[in-house]
Every structure is written in C-alpha cells, then in structure tokens.
Design a protein around this ligand. Sequence first.
Ligand code: TTP
Ligand code: MG
Length: 382
Amino acid sequence: MERVILHMDMDAFYAAVEQLDRPELSGKPVIVGGSTRRGVVSTASYEARAFGVRSAMPVFQAERLCPHGVFLPVRMERYKEISRKVMSVLEAFSPAVEQVSIDEAYVDLTGSGRLNGPREEAGKEIKRRIRERTSLTGSVGIAPNRFLAKVASDMDKPDGLTVIRPEEVSSVLRDLALRKVPGVGAKTAAALESEGLRTLGDVLGLQGRAGALGGRLLELARGIDETPVGQWAGAKSISSEETLPEDTGDPERLKAELLAQSELVGARARMKGLKGATVTLKLRRADFKLLTRSVSLAEPTSSTYVIYREGMRLLERELSGRRRYRLIGIGLSNLTRNRIEFVQLSLFENRDASETWDALERAVDEIRDRFGKGAITRARFL
Ligand code: TTP
Ligand code: MG
C-alpha cells in the first residue's frame, strides 16, 4: 500500500522558545548555546541566520558575524517541556508517531482516516494545533516515505508546508543537493562533491560505479526508504556504568575504566546505527554524592575514541587530589540515526583522524562479533 508520511520540525527551536519567553527578543537575532566563548552555537533565530550564524559554529565566530546578537545559555529543561507539548499534539492526532529529536517527529498518516480530502489538510491541522498549544511554528513535509517527508519539511522553512506527491518524487530527487540529503554530513557532501557528485541525480547517473558508494545512498537516490514510523521509539540514550571494586581517586585507574565504558557505549551505538550529540560523564563520589557532567558535540558520534576523549575532558576537570569515587559511567544521548558516510572508500584518500577511527572501530566490532569479546583488547589495557 502506498504510504503517507508526515515529518514535522519546529523552527529555530531553542531560539524560538527563548523569544516566546522573552517577547522583547522577538524579531531580534538570538543565538542559543555555549554560555562561554569556547562553546558552539546550538541554534540561532532566523534573524541571526541572516548574518550567517549557524548551529555548531564556534561562539566566537558567531560573535564576529553578529556582534549585536543576543547570546543566551541553553535551558534544556524548558525546551523539553515545550517538546513534550508538541509531541502530545502529534500523539493526539495519530497513534503512529515517532519522535526523533527534541523538535522533530514522524507521523504515519497511512490509512489513519485523516486523508479524506487533500493531504495538505492534515498538515495544516497539525500546524494549527501546535501553534495553538505552544504559540510556536513548525514546518511540515508530507511524502510517500520518511526520507522524502524530511526532505519536504526542509524545503520551506520557517512555518512551511510542503507535499511531495508520488508523481513528483523523481524530479525532486534528481535535483536534490547531496548536502540536503538527511544523513549526509557536510564532510561527506564535500567529499562527494570533489568527486563531481552534487545531486542525487548525479549519484543515480553513476550506474555501475555507484555500487561502491554504499547501498543506502543509491536507494535514497531511487526514492526508496522502507523504514517504518515507530521502529526506533525508545532509544533516548546509551550508557554504561560500573561500581568500582573499591573507592579510588587514582586517575589512571579511572581513565582505564572510562575507556572500557566508552568502548561498550560506542560499540552499542554503532551496532544500533545511532550517533549521539551529547556525552555525559557520571561519577559517584565515595560519600555517595552523584555528579553528572555533559558536553555537546559539534557532530554526533558513535566513535569510542570521541566518547572517551570527551569523557576524559570532563573527568579531568573533576579530578582533584583527594577525592575518591565509587562509580564511574559514560553515556551518549541526543541520539540520531547514523549519518551516511563512505569512509571505507579508497575513492577518498583524505580521511581525517576521526574517520579513520570510525573505520577502525567498525572493523573491531566485526571481529568481536565473529570471534568473541576477548579477541581484541585495546593496547591501553595491556
Ligand atoms: P534543528 O531542528 O536542526 O534546528 P532548529 O529547530 O533550531 O532550526 P530549523 O528551523 O532549521 O529546524 O535542531 C533542533 C534543536 O536542536 C535546535 O533548536 C538546537 C538543537 N541543536 C543543537 O543543540 N546543536 C546542533 O548542532 C543542532 C543542529 C541542533
Ligand atoms: Mg527544528
């Protein structure tokens, strides 16, 4: 049966919530993220985007581009509160809802009885209810599958509603820039562009050679995405923790434990095809006081190396001579589905260190699967 999938993504979400709570900021360039200059931008209002400010940009760079911008810290609890309202609107609308990030969800409208009349009506109704409940706007895309619905919701932002009908799919895909394909990161897009591939149409034109690019991108180029809505409900974070055999303040001991934990978390994320944008260190002190420390990453990761590196930075800040700890753990949250990457290709010689780690870690996971957990142990443990 032909499916009808809706994707909804709130507009400039964190910044829009800040403008909602402080009406004097509406119409102003608002930049949320990194309360310190060393941080990165979480998001920027559309007014700030006009100056070139973007998510994941270092704060000092945003300050340079937009010196009169209003810079605000992240208030995650408040955004979660609004996010819950948005999701409850969607859940009231259809039983098949899958939230994929704080401000984004898919709704399967197939056979929901909501399609009497044009598809636009369902989209309009959802947008209207979200606005009524939260006073915020979101953009909606409606298409025959998830991938296309997400592409559609991005085509007209903010406050847009875009429908891609089955007969329009091939022409939309032909001209779709690879950097607009969900899952293709900026680095991958640049690598593909340097190979002369700019659009999904170009990928399709590769014919035989395209096989080497990995099946997923080729499928998308053909407009195929069978992923059901709801498949991935539940996975909010991946974490691992361990109570130590005895309380310790020995940095080497804690670091070794952190590496082992990072490896478990990374392997589980890679197995599930997920990446996380937040790394959280958990420590329980000998006096049972619990500490959690988090860091947001510019790019989601499933890399043991990156998880460990970020965990170490957090750990080093906490370690002081005399403190002893009874538990250490590390978690990955803010999960998204794996990005499409082609690091296995000899086509791209200029891999950077973290990509090489990715490829290495995938190889390690494979060997473990085949020969058991003990087959490979990191040199660190020896
Ligand atoms: P997005 O939906 O990607 O961005 P957005 O809602 O701010 O803007 P748009 O109108 O383009 O949808 O992400 C949702 C929120 O997630 C965003 O408001 C802040 C947070 N976020 C980060 O913290 N870091 C990031 O790198 C990105 C992309 C988002
Ligand atoms: Mg958004």
